[in-house]
Design a protein around this ligand. Structure first.
Ligand code: GUN
Length: 292
C-alpha cells in the first residue's frame, strides 16, 4: 500500500544515508563506532546487527563487543574508558536495556560526551534542554527529520507526546519546544498518570506516540488532519502469522489512517530513521561538527 499521506521512513532514511556517503567522499574521513551489547536480548541483538551492517556498508571502522549477561559493571566501565581513549573511535553506543545488576546511569555517564552519538549522556541531555548544540538521541532526531522532510509546519502547533522515556518522549518534547527552526511547537507530554488522555490527543495537530502500548491510539481520539508519528514496536500474538506474532505500533493504524493528513507506518516509519541518524551522528562526531 502506498499513499501520499504515508510518511515513508525507509525512503527518507535512504536519502540521509546517501547524504552521509557524499560527505564521507568529500571529507575522506573514516568514522569509527564502538557497539557494546550486554546479554542475549533478542531485539537488542537484531538492532546491533543492523547497526554493524550499516557501518560495514558505509566503510566505517566499527567494533562490536558482545558481553555476557553476568559481566561486572567495572569491566564494562573499563571497556568504555578504552574506547574513550581510542582515536579511531568517534562514537560509543551501549545498547539498552542493560541487565538489572548494572547501574545504567553509571555506564552512560562514563562515555566521553564528545563520543556520545546516542545522545544519552547527561551533558548532551542537559545541553538539549537548554538549547545548546549537542548530540541528539537518534530516534527523536529521526522524528524531527521526518517532520522537516514532509514539510510539516511545527512552529506554534499543538503537539502531544505520548510517553516520557529518556530515549524518546523527553528528548522529542525538548527538541520540538526549542525556540529554533523546525521546532517552536507547543508541546504537551502525556504519560501513564495523565487523566483523560483523549482531551489532549483530540486537540493535537501533531501526535508522537511512544508509550509502548500496542495500538493505544484509536481513531476517536484524534482530530481530522492530524500528523501522527508512531514510535511503537510491539509484538502481538497472531496465530494467522507465520511467526505466531505480528508487529504493531502504538497507534491503531486502520482507525487513525483515514483521519490523519500524514502518518508513519509500522514497520517502515520511524524505525529505519534511528540507524540513519546514528551513522550521521557518528560522521558528525568524526568531523567534529558538534564538539571540537
Ligand atoms: N534501546 C532502545 N533504543 C535504543 C537506542 O536508540 N539506542 C540504544 N543504545 N539502545 C536502545
Amino acid at each position: 500500500m502506498s499513499s501520499d499521506k504515508i510518511i515513508d521512513g525507509k525512503l527518507i532514511s535512504s536519502h540521509i544515508i546517501e547524504e552521509v556517503k557524499a560527505e564521507l567522499k568529500t571529507s575522506g574521513i573514516q568514522p569509527g563506532l564502538a557497539l557494546i551489547l550486554v546479554g542475549n536480548n533478542p531485539a537488542s541483538e537484531i538492532y546491533v546487527k543492523m547497526k554493524e551492517k550499516k557501518c560495514a556498508e558505509l566503510g566505517y571502522y566499527s567494533v562490536t563487543d558482545k558481553l555476557p549477561e553476568v559481566i561486572p559493571e567495572s569491566a564494562l566501565l573499563s571497556l568504555i574508558h578504552k574506547y574513550n581513549n581510542d582515536s579511531r573511535i568517534h562514537g560509543i553506543l551501549i545498547q539498552l536495556p542493560l541487565p538489572k545488576h548494572i547501574n545504567e546511569m553509571n555506564i552512560l555517564e562514563a562515555v566521553d560526551y564528545k563520543k556520545d552519538v546516542d545522545g544519552f549522556h547527561p551533558v548532551n541531555a542537559g545541553r538539549l534542554m537548554i538549547g545548546e548544540k549537542c548530540f541528539l538521541p537518534c530516534t527523536p532526531a529521526g522524528i524531527q527529520e521526518l517532520l522537516i522532510r514532509y514539510n510539516v509546519n511545527i512552529a506554534g502547533k499543538n503537539t502531544v507526546v505520548l510517553g516520557r522515556s529518556n530515549i524518546v518522549g523527553k528528548p522529542i518534547a525538548n527538541i520540538l519546544m526549542q525556540k529554533s527552526k523546525h521546532a517552536n511547537a507547543t508541546v504537551t507530554v502525556c504519560h501513564s498518570a495523565t487523566e483523560n488522555i483523549s482531551e489532549y490527543t483530540s486537540r493535537a495537530d501533531i501526535i508522537i506516540a511512544a508509550i509502548g502500548k500496542p495500538e493505544f491510539l484509536f481513531g476517536n481520539m484524534v482530530k481530522e488532519g492530524v500528523v501522527i508519528i508512531d514510535v511503537g514496536i510491539n509484538r502481538v500474538e497472531d496465530s494467522s502469522a507465520k511467526k505466531g506474532y505480528r508487529v504493531v505500533g502504538d497507534v491503531n493504524y486502520e482507525e487513525c489512517y483515514p483521519k490523519a493528513s500524514l502518518i508513519t507506518p509500522v514497520p517502515g516509519g520511524v524505525g529505519p530513521m534511528t540507524i540513519a541518524m546514528l551513522v550521521k551522528n557518528t560522521l558528525d562526531s568524526a568531523l567534529k561538527k558538534i564538539y571540537k
